[in-house]
Write a new protein. Structure first.
Length: 103
């Protein structure tokens, strides 16, 4: 994305967590006895790739960071040349929700 190689971004939502929250969760998992043999899902919220691109663009103005969401048909054409692009289709336009009560 930072290279400017692509003209836009996909309509994908990416689950995020603050690195400080992740570090604290790791620390607590190591010292809290009730955390033994448990799995904890750490997600604060999901951000769309266009939102992430906009944040990066404002933080790094010297880079050519695309913020425009490209249409699905563009990615379908790209998938002919790059089969890995097909992996995006299952998540296209879907926003995720998570049960994070344990965390």
């Amino acid at each position: 994305m930072l290279s400017g190689k692509y003209p836009g971004v996909a309509k994908l939502a990416i689950p995020m967590v603050d690195v400080r929250d992740a570090a604290l969760a790791h620390l607590r998992a190591a010292i809290e006895p009730e955390a033994k043999n448990q799995r904890f899902l750490l997600v604060n919220k999901s951000l769309w790739m266009a939102e992430i691109a906009q944040i990066l663009k404002s933080s790094f103005p010297t880079y050519k960071i695309p913020t425009k969401v490209l249409p699905l048909c563009t990615y379908k054409m790209m998938s002919v040349f790059s089969p890995k692009v097909k992996l995006l289709f299952a998540f296209w336009g879907k926003e995720f929700s998570f049960k994070i009560e344990k965390s």
